[in-house]
Ligand binder design. Structure first.
Ligand SMILES: [Zn+2]
Length: 387
């Protein structure tokens, strides 16, 4: 049996704590009689009953200025192992000591707050972090944990307030994150916000961060729902200037809006200008569909082939195969159909979005990455396998 590190550390820490305490209490007694509790604990450990052993060793660890760090380290070790009940007991035990220095008490409160967060007892964690902030030390850490709690609770007003405090305390720009909080408020249930408030929140999002793609996409969708297609088009077109990485999000609704007002020629003109500046396969696919509709499948196929030579893409290849199928006959058509099935399978298995921070990938655009919880890091995948 390979003993975990903590199973080795704990008996040593417990013995050191006991030995130091013993020598302080009885300076003249140099004999080393091992305490019964320690031997019992070791016995449990050797008999593969680590839970009982751990409880005994923790009880032996006397809290004083020299062992506070050991308690904190042990508590954090248990939390990392997911043994949150033990971590809570250790940190509660520390805080209960009246002779603790202020910085040590605050450190223990911060640690206990993290334990409660992990245990899902968010109200207790919140109270502890607020107390730590009031104490004036470890405030930056507490603010970040509080922000995490309010995000989990979807209390966006409080998120905005804490994010603003983080900007002041740490000097980190939180503008793009605050803009997302305003977007979240704009999208709240109708029982919570009315239409007027919704637009106001969206405006605030863009005031805080004029590059907030999400706000522009939401505004575009609302205008389109109301039948204000020209206003929707103006909104969607902003994405190219804000962050062209998200162009593929704006193009499908743009096509619908242009079609609704019967201005397809302007759509093609706009897409061609986008393609010149930001080559994306989603634009090539739309343009090839239009060429097929207005001219012929052969012209569309030539256009896609020309684009693929410069920018290889699986989705582009699928489009080219589809166009070639309609231009072929007999066994060539059969083989192309097989090739089409293979590329379809390949596309089906590929993610569409990826987080630039942690690598999380999927087929849904998350404005807050489900993996690393950062905002604005998940983007459409570009290149051979993406857009
Ligand atoms: Zn991530």
């Amino acid at each position: 049996m390979i003993l975990d590190l903590w199973l080795l550390v704990l008996p040593v820490a417990a013995f050191s704590g006991w030995y130091l305490g013993k020598n302080r209490n009885d300076l003249n007694d140099s004999s080393t009689v091992w305490p019964q509790d320690y031997l019992t604990g070791l016995n449990y450990l050797l008999n593969e009953q680590p839970d009982k052993a751990v409880d005994i060793f923790i009880k032996m660890l006397e809290v004083d200025s020299e062992t506070v760090e050991t308690h904190l380290a042990l508590g954090n070790l248990f939390r990392r192992r997911g043994e949150v009940d033990r971590a809570i007991r250790i940190h509660q035990n520390l805080i209960a000591r009246p002779n603790l220095e202020k910085s040590q008490r605050v450190q223990a409160m911060l640690a206990l707050g993290r334990d409660y967060m992990l245990a899902g007892v968010l109200d207790r964690a919140e109270r502890l972090f607020l107390e730590v902030i009031d104490a004036g030390i470890y405030a930056a850490d507490s603010l970040k944990y509080l922000l995490d709690i309010y995000e989990q609770e979807k209390d966006w007003e409080k998120c905005i307030s804490i994010a603003q405090k983080i900007e002041v305390t740490l000097g980190d720009s939180m503008r793009s994150v605050i803009a997302h909080y305003y977007c979240e408020l704009a999208l709240e249930d109708y029982s919570v916000v009315n239409d007027e408030q919704r637009f106001r929140y969206l405006k605030r999002a863009l005031n805080v961060d004029k590059k907030c793609v999400r706000a522009v996409l939401i505004a575009g969708s609302w205008e389109a729902e109301e039948g204000n297609y020209k206003a929707a088009i103006r909104s969607y077109k902003k994405v190219k200037e804000q962050d062209p990485d998200y162009l593929s999000e704006a193009i499908p609704p743009l096509i619908t809006c242009y079609q609704k007002i019967g201005q397809e020629a302007q759509l093609i003109q706009y897409l061609r200008s986008c393609l010149d500046e930001h080559p994306r396969i989603s634009i090539v696919l739309v343009l090839s569909e239009r060429l097929k509709h207005w001219q012929s499948e052969a012209v569309a196929a030539d256009f896609v082939a020309e684009q693929l030579r410069v920018r290889p893409s699986i989705r582009g290849l699928k489009q080219l195969i589809e166009l070639q199928i309609s231009l072929s006959e007999g066994s060539a058509k059969e083989k192309l159909s097989l090739l089409k099935q293979l590329t379809e399978q390949l596309i089906k298995e590929k993610p569409v979005y990826r987080c630039g921070n942690c690598g999380f990938s999927g087929k849904v655009l998350h404005w807050q990455c489900p993996g690393c919880k950062l905002w604005n890091v998940v983007k459409p995948i570009h290149g051979l396998e993406g857009d």
